[in-house]
Design a protein. Structure first.
Length: 313
């Protein structure tokens, strides 16, 4: 997106995908790659296992339970044939460039021209409806996004380009220090709040455990959070996350009881020992592209075909 001809982004959201997957269609798609009747019978039993809530069992005639081990696999098979292959064929008819990235039921489609985007959206709705699915009307958006979005909107008297959320990050039209266009990624605020809430609840449960044990646990949590979210340009959000973790831990320590509450000065060495600082753990987009497509490769300079895990591009 940062180096391609992208002017419009379709942020698509399939309404209740895991609840609307057709069992018949799912088995038909699986049979394209699997012929063993024993495996097919096992998958069919998995789909019809039902749901148990409050001791009451109910039959499932459509959909696959979220959280089940088989659900992500079946979802990828389902959307590979329903969406990925169709989108790959559709892009051959587009007037401009088209890119698509999908992970499970979350998908983003990028277009060079608005006319292609609008035509794609209409035909996508028809394609999904033919397979018992539909786009969520409130969460599906076509937005102007890309290197020229800011200037184009300014000329029309509009505000800055809209942002979109994908895989835990808010994607923003920004500029580098040199003034060049750059897609900036920031951790989604609501996702960070949810993680902080879970940390708060766990700290409350561990309130009276030895500080060393809690500190070791906190270090694992923070490092695990960094490993996904420490992308280039997101360090300010990681600094905010670390600061809020410090506030939560300070509150838990001060609520342990006792007449003397620990001051900030006494807690700073504790934070420095157990709460690591964030650093960039993922390559910059241009570096990642150069690794995948070095200049010495035989096909260097030829049009690239990019395949993203879980979808087409």
């Amino acid at each position: 997106m940062q180096f391609e001809k992208v002017g419009w982004v379709l942020d698509g959201d399939i309404r209740g995908f895991f609840d609307q997957m057709s069992h018949v269609v799912t088995l038909e798609l699986v049979q394209r790659r699997i012929a063993d009747p024993r495996v097919l019978r096992l998958i069919q039993k998995w789909l019809k296992a039902g749901v148990s809530e409050d001791g009451q069992w109910s039959e499932t005639v459509v959909g696959t339970p979220q959280g089940a081990v088989i659900s992500p696999l079946l979802a990828n098979i389902y959307l590979h044939y329903v969406l990925d292959e169709w989108a790959h064929a559709w892009r051959q008819t587009a007037a401009g460039e088209v890119f698509a990235v999908r992970y499970a039921d979350d998908a983003v489609f990028c277009f060079q021209h608005r006319a292609d985007a609008e035509r794609f959206l209409k035909q996508l709705q028809e394609r999904l409806a033919a397979h018992g699915l539909e786009l969520h009307p409130d969460k599906t958006r076509l937005i102007e996004f890309g290197r020229f979005a800011e200037s184009e909107r300014r000329n029309r008297g509009h505000g800055p380009p809209e942002t979109f959320d994908f895989l835990g990050f808010t994607h923003i039209c920004g500029r580098s220090r040199e003034g060049k266009f750059q897609v900036k990624r920031r951790t989604m605020a609501k996702r960070m709040r949810a993680v902080l809430l879970r940390i708060k609840q766990e700290l409350r449960a561990r309130m009276h455990e030895p500080v060393v044990l809690v500190g070791a646990w906190m270090k694992q949590v923070v490092e695990g959070y960094y490993r996904y979210h420490c992308v280039p340009g997101n360090l300010p959000m990681m600094a905010k996350f670390r600061h809020r973790v410090k506030l939560l831990w300070r509150r838990a320590l001060r609520n342990r009881g006792g007449k003397r509450k620990p001051s900030w000065q006494k807690l700073i060495p504790l934070f420095e020992r157990w709460l690591p600082y964030a650093r960039v753990l993922h390559p910059y987009p241009r570096e990642r592209f150069s690794v995948k497509h070095p200049r010495w490769e035989p096909y260097a300079g030829k049009p690239q075909v990019r395949i993203c895990p879980g979808g087409v591009s």
